[in-house]
Design a protein around this ligand. Structure first.
Ligand code: NAD
Ligand code: MG
Length: 282
């Protein structure tokens, strides 16, 4: 796929729908070959219906995993992801619900384990964002929603998953470049993404003795439904990166495979910065 660096005007509401995007994002490179890196593994991916989560889900299936995906309401996107996974000859369980609710987080883990007999890879990835120009524009209701959506469920789902994760299993948390460089229009969102970095580092330390590794991915601007659903003007999205374009979800999936698999066996508490070349500390 030729990776676009200009996007047509388009409008959506959150949660955005992948099938309504123009152009539709690239989920996985046509040339990507799996090599059983996740054979017989079970993965649970929040926000796995679309965008970065969908790419991780399809790459995991290519590598031999069975995948449960949690999503808020986008049935058609979720069913399309399920089909992509089934086309790889793997099973996919769809779990619809609101991760702000801790009981639902527990239920999601339970349903995954009931269906597949265990859990080896948890990807915490669901999020929303509500761009605002100043702190004064962020009311307490938005602040609560952002934190309750973007960081609380990472705790809830990880906690429920811990009962099942064993030696060699992994947790991967999606943060953002905004955690590292800040964002003048995403004050609350970038704060939750910073919390995710600290959560990842801290949890990695509590689980190291069990050899359960906890890492994260910090994406830069990636062409996913979140973008047309939250930004008014997407035409130049990603052009201010050194590589001069937005990333595609297909450029994220392999990072999740690496962190989920034995290839990263000596790495924990770390982030991979898939951001088009922005120089930020890690
Ligand atoms: P996306 O819209 O495709 O994925 C987000 C998903 O989160 C949605 O599919 C939705 O179903 C799910 N979700 C949101 N609220 C939920 C809730 N309350 N309960 C259950 N599910 C819920 O967008 P994406 O860009 O692929 O986002 C994935 C992750 O990547 C997010 O953590 C986002 O912050 C992060 N990220 C994205 C970018 C980017 O430029 N797209 C940059 C940095 C970080
Ligand atoms: Mg979605």
């Amino acid at each position: 796929m030729n990776k676009p660096n200009k996007f047509p005007e388009q409008e959506q509401k959150q949660p955005g729908k992948e099938r309504k995007m123009r152009p539709e994002p690239e989920v996985i490179r046509a040339s990507y070959k799996g090599s059983d890196k996740l054979k017989n593994k079970v993965a649970l991916i929040t926000g796995g219906d679309s965008g970065i989560g969908r790419s991780a889900a399809v790459h995991f299936a290519k590598e031999g995993a069975r995948v449960a995906i949690v999503y808020l309401s986008e049935d058609k996107d979720a069913q399309a992801t399920q089909k992509m996974i089934e086309d790889e000859g793997r099973e996919c369980l769809l779990i619809k619900g609101d991760l702000k609710d801790e009981d639902f987080c527990k239920e999601a883990v339970r349903r995954c384990v009931d269906a597949f007999g265990g859990l080896n890879v948890l990807v915490n990835n669901a999020a929303m964002q509500f761009p605002k120009d100043s702190l004064n524009d962020i009311d307490s209701s938005q602040l609560r929603t952002t934190f309750e959506t973007n960081i609380y469920p990472y705790f809830f789902v990880a906690k429920a998953a811990l009962t099942h994760l064993k030696d060699g299993d992994t947790i991967i948390n999606t943060s953002s470049v905004t955690a590292y460089r800040g964002s003048d229009h995403l004050l609350d969102y970038s704060s939750t993404k910073g919390a995710i970095v600290s959560f990842t580092r801290s949890l990695s330390q509590t689980l190291a003795s069990k050899n359960i590794r906890v890492n994260g991915v910090a994406p830069g601007p990636i062409w996913t439904p979140l973008i047309p659903a939250t930004f008014d003007d997407v035409s130049d999205f990603g052009q201010d990166t050194p590589l001069g374009r937005a990333g595609q979800p297909s450029e994220l999936g392999p990072a999740y495979v690496f962190l989920a698999s034995e290839d990263s066996s000596y790495i924990t508490g770390q982030f991979i910065h898939v951001n088009g070349g922005e120089m930020i500390g890690s």
